[in-house]
Write a protein that binds this ligand. Structure first.
Ligand code: FES
Length: 141
């Protein structure tokens, strides 16, 4: 597997991200709670630049035992990135769409060596694989 150095870990905002063009790929690297996560910047819905969208805490609804809503609030632990084309959201830590786990960003290996953030690049054949299981229904949002 080829790897690319995307820069010093200490220069990433937390939470934050960078989108880097490398050869024919766009790679997104997120930093969240001192951990790094990397994906291809390619939405499984229609190929939009999913990783360039807003980063926003997951919106959660509290439901009481009698199934009444106690209202919505932002998660204190989960962060999403929202694709700017049609609004699909993906968990920054897993790359998975919260409403359809088959819809997910293509995850890349990432590690920190010294202060360098190193991302593993997919093999060329792997780059072109569909990211959404073709037997699944389209995710809804
Ligand atoms: S291309 Fe990302 S939501 Fe449609």
């Amino acid at each position: 597997m080829r790897e690319v150095n995307v820069g010093p870990a200490s220069q990433f905002a937390d939470p934050g991200r960078r989108v880097i063009a490398f050869e024919r790929l766009e790679i997104a690297v997120f930093k969240l709670d001192r951990e790094f996560f990397a994906y291809l910047n390619l939405c499984p819905h229609m190929g939009g630049p999913a990783c360039q969208g807003k980063m926003i805490a997951k919106v959660e609804e509290t439901i009481t035992e009698d199934r009444a809503s106690r209202g919505m609030q932002f998660s204190k632990t989960k962060m999403h990135v929202v694709c700017p084309w049609h609004g699909y959201e993906f968990d920054v830590r897993t790359g998975v769409h919260p409403g359809n786990p088959r819809a997910r960003l293509r995850k890349l290996a990432v590690r920190v060596s010294g202060d360098d953030v190193i991302v593993g690049l997919p093999e060329s054949a792997e780059r072109d694989k569909p990211q959404l299981d073709p037997t699944s229904s389209r995710p809804t949002h």
